[in-house]
Design a protein around this ligand. Structure first.
Ligand code: NDP
Length: 465
């Protein structure tokens, strides 16, 4: 008997988010039998309460800037524009529902058996699925994949029950007049910019020295300055002591330095934690880090070799494209590559990323501080300027471009931008960095005029060594 036939499935995936869907679909195209269980809507964090709705709301928020800027270009707006929050919510919900359907369709068309319910691992090769009505079924699999993602983490502050998380922001009953955001990471900064743009008077509280820890220091300072100029009240060295409920749903915050603050909504964007509750990991011997992240080896195998994990639940780099790449590497490893293609492996080096603040941040490679540590000598090239658009728009927003070069090899090892379309622009340059482009090759590249991106190929003066 074929050993494959001893199990119901070759791969059983728990979680229908970015990583789980990609792994299931790719495995199915290799001709193996795949099952998947998801308890909520298909698409996971990215589609339902992350990247996609966030970016849609960011577009919505940018219109506020566009209406103001349009006047400088001769446009007269007959009436002051106003946002209809229910329309934005409904249109977003319709689009997300469409995407849920597409993800479901991808599974069906690939021949994946899709189950609705909660999965719990009962042994190295068995998953128990509990449906909404409480009925349970057991499914055996040669390989099990945990792709359950993450969820927001809120610290145990006094008044914790009065705050919301990013999961709640897209469907708030009314647009808050005053919003307080706690946390200066990706989500805190993006939400602060977006809701400020949508019309909320927004305060961002960050406990440390400067927002966006882990990013290049100059980028952090520049972004904080631009967010402040745009109207977000960014406060650093700022901790919340407690939160109380006031009349009419008002939230009363008391900051650690004794300052009072009032808001209609308090968003805690203080990091995310792996979604592992009820999976039965400890019982079957799947080891986890202190924060709950599932521990895996280079091939995404846990300590129980038939059980694998990837994406946010392993907590390496919580980014959708990383989960997708991990899924493809795992499938190649388990079931072989696609016909005629090499086996893909996961490379965490030089992963580009963007923060959709207003203005957005785009970055790839090392920060200046990391490069100083890694190389004997570096050359830093930078420029900040008022983009052409703002010569007429009346806005004072500036753009930052920065290159970090290893002096010995002339390779560009870090590229950073704060400014309109930074994500779009840096994605292209990420290819160059991945290919090991040198500063001489940047210099030899002809610019596209007039763009902000051309500044990256016209930086001639060394700012620092
Ligand atoms: P981050 O880890 O990026 O940021 C968490 C923030 O909360 C930090 O500023 C942190 O401060 C602060 N914080 C943590 N604990 C506390 C506490 N107890 N009290 C006060 N402040 C606290 O997490 P996010 O939730 O913003 O995002 C999670 C991940 O999701 C990101 O790291 C990213 O990988 C991904 N993501 C990616 C996006 C994109 O690609 N555009 C968008 C959104 C999310 P400190 O710096 O001092 O630790």
């Amino acid at each position: 008997m074929n050993p494959r036939q001893t199990h119901d499935f070759d791969l059983f995936v728990i979680g229908g988010g970015s990583g789980g869907v990609r792994a299931a679909r790719m495995a199915a195209t290799r001709g193996v039998r795949v099952g998947m269980v998801e308890s909520g809507r298909m698409g996971g964090t990215c589609v339902n309460v992350g990247c996609i709705p966030k970016k849609l709301y960011s577009y919505a928020a940018h219109y506020a800037e566009a209406f103001v800027e349009a006047r400088g270009f001769g446009w007269e707006l007959a009436h002051a524009p106003s946002l209809d929050w229910p329309t934005l919510k409904a249109n977003r919900a319709r689009e997300i529902e469409r995407l849920n359907g597409i993800y479901d369709g991808l599974m069906v068309n690939a021949g994946v058996q899709r189950l609705q319910g909660r999965g719990r691992i009962v042994d190295a090769h068995t998953v128990e699925v509990t449906a909404e009505d409480g009925a349970t079924t057991r499914h055996s699999a040669r390989h099990i994949l945990i792709a359950t993602g993450g969820k927001p983490h809120v610290p145990g502050i006094e008044g914790r029950e009065l705050v919301v998380t990013s999961d709640d922001m897209f469907d708030l009953p009314t647009l808050p007049r005053r919003l307080v955001v706690v946390g200066g990471g990706y989500i805190g900064c993006e939400m602060a910019s977006i809701f400020h743009g949508l019309g909320a008077q927004t305060t961002l509280l960050y406990r440390g020295e400067q927002i966006l820890r882990g990013f290049d220091d100059e980028v952090r300072n520049f972004t904080a300055d631009e967010m402040r100029k745009a109207g977000v009240d960014v406060r650093v060295h700022c901790d919340v002591a407690r939160i109380e409920a006031g009349d009419g749903g008002v939230r009363r915050l008391l900051l650690s330095d004794g300052t009072p603050l009032e808001a209609d909504v308090v968003l805690y964007a203080t990091g995310r934690q792996p979604n592992v509750e009820g999976l039965g990991l400890a019982e079957v011997g799947v080891k986890q880090a202190d924060n709950g992240a599932v521990q895996v080896n280079a091939h995404f195998a846990t300590h129980v070799r038939s059980i694998h994990a990837l994406g946010d639940v392993v907590g390496r780099l919580e980014l959708t494209p990383v989960a997708l790449a991990e899924a493809m590497a795992l499938v190649d490893h388990l079931f072989g590559p696609a016909p005629g293609k090499p086996v893909r492996t996961m490379d965490y080096d030089t992963i580009p990323t963007a923060v959709f603040t207003h203005p957005p941040v785009g970055t790839v490679g090392l920060t200046e501080a990391q490069a100083r540590q890694k190389f004997d000598a570096i050359r830093v090239f930078r420029g900040d300027f008022k983009p052409l658009k703002h010569t007429l728009s009346g806005r004072s927003e500036r753009t930052l471009v920065k290159l970090i070069v290893d002096a010995a090899s002339d390779r560009v090892v870090g590229l950073h931008m704060v400014g309109a379309d930074a994500g779009e622009i840096v994605q292209g340059f990420a290819v160059a960095l991945k290919c090991g482009a040198t500063k001489a090759q940047f210099d030899a590249t002809i610019g596209i005029h007039p763009t902000s991106a051309e500044e990256f190929v016209t930086l001639r003066e060394v700012a620092r060594t």
